[in-house]
Design a binder for this molecule. Structure first.
Ligand SMILES: Nc1nc2c(ncn2[C@@H]2O[C@H](COP(=O)(O)OP(=O)(O)OP(=O)(O)O)[C@@H](O)[C@H]2O)c(=O)[nH]1
Ligand SMILES: [Mg+2]
Ligand SMILES: [Zn+2]
Length: 308
């Protein structure tokens, strides 16, 4: 029998069967795990095979993890060589950011977008807390919107607090499995609470919220939408370490660079100092923004790979 993982606390999982019933699940001792390089063998969104253990108590045993259509992973904060699977079998991924309290940096946004490109998951950027933006933040929002929309990403501005811009987000979520990620304190759980007022997820009171080091949500959890589809709330992340990416391939995960790089003089061009580089020419002409190109150069220099 098949079920989908809705919540993972480490040793117990909450799963929903195809018949729509929720069970508490554990992994059978000798389950074959292909992905031993990951810190969590089973992630929210996974489909599994299970056997009934105790019908009355509603417990089941997971006997097999079915192949994932896709997944998003990040570097484990505890062990850089391991990956942590955030969620799987996704239709899209929303990066919830804020331009104030806390500020989401462009570097973080770009790493998020690269991860989604690498895992073939459509990414959407949503900025929350518009109610507290001043002129400076609004200007910065307009710039980001222009920059990211020009390269094919959707960008939205919302205020969960003032209930502004939310109907568009609700439309985007319909009939899809959507991962919601972003720094701690950007309002991920607040957004999900708005969508499901009956859930009453824990969020940090404004008065208690210091803006640093707090993680109100500690486990990823999926919630069904009343009209079809599901959203996955995740704990906030401070850093987003890229996993399984080759330095030489980095440029491919920048759509605007991907569009130009076939015209570079050298087919192994890294777009750093090479002559006849079509990417650099596009930056000079303003077709590729300097901000995104610097993001690339920064990341490229920080990655392990052959020396150039
Ligand atoms: N001003 C303002 N505050 C908001 C808005 N949305 C959420 N907040 C506040 O931001 C704080 C953090 O919200 P949460 O929903 O707990 O944030 P989170 O992203 O789930 O955080 P973690 O679970 O730690 O990852 C709370 O104090 C919310 O009330 C908004 O639109 N405007
Ligand atoms: Mg939360
Ligand atoms: Zn080049």
């Amino acid at each position: 029998m098949k079920a989908r993982i809705y919540k993972s606390t480490g040793s117990w999982y909450s799963v929903k069967s195809e018949a729509g019933l929720f069970y508490q699940a554990r992994i059978k001792g000798v389950i074959k795990l292909d992905n031993i390089t990951s810190t969590n063998p089973i992630a929210v969104g996974d489909w599994v095979e299970y056997d009934m253990e105790d019908e009355e108590r509603g417990t089941v045993m997971i006997s097999e993890i079915l192949d994932r259509n896709n997944y998003v992973a990040r570097q484990s904060p505890h062990n850089k060589r391991q990956q942590h699977i955030i969620a799987s079998n996704l239709d899209q991924s929303i990066l919830l950011g804020t331009l104030k309290s806390p500020k989401t940096s462009q570097g973080f946004i770009d790493r998020f977008l690269i991860s989604c490109e690498a895992f073939h998951i459509p990414a959407i950027i949503v900025f929350n807390k518009s109610d507290i933006y001043g002129e400076k933040e609004m200007l910065s929002y307009e710039e980001m919107k222009k920059m990211y929309e020009a390269i094919g990403y959707q960008v939205f501005l919302i205020s969960v607090e003032k209930k502004e811009g939310l109907d568009k987000i609700e439309k985007l979520l319909q009939n899809k499995t959507t991962l919601i990620s972003g720094h701690s304190g950007v309002g991920k759980s607040s957004l999900i609470n708005y969508l499901f007022p009956h859930l009453d997820l824990t969020t940090q009171e404004v008065s208690d919220w210091s803006g640093k080091g707090l993680h109100t949500t500690t486990f990823a959890q999926m919630y069904d939408l009343p009209e079809g589809g599901a959203v996955i709330d995740t704990p906030g992340m401070r850093e987003l370490g890229l996993v399984n990416l080759e330095k030489e391939e980095l440029a491919q995960y920048f759509p605007e660079m991907r569009a130009k790089m076939n015209n570079c003089q050298f087919n192994n061009c890294q777009h750093i100092n090479e002559p006849g580089c079509a990417v650099k020419a596009a930056v000079e002409k303003g077709i590729i923004t300097e901000a995104r190109f610097y993001s690339y150069v920064d990341l490229w220099h920080g990655m392990q790979g052959p020396m150039y």
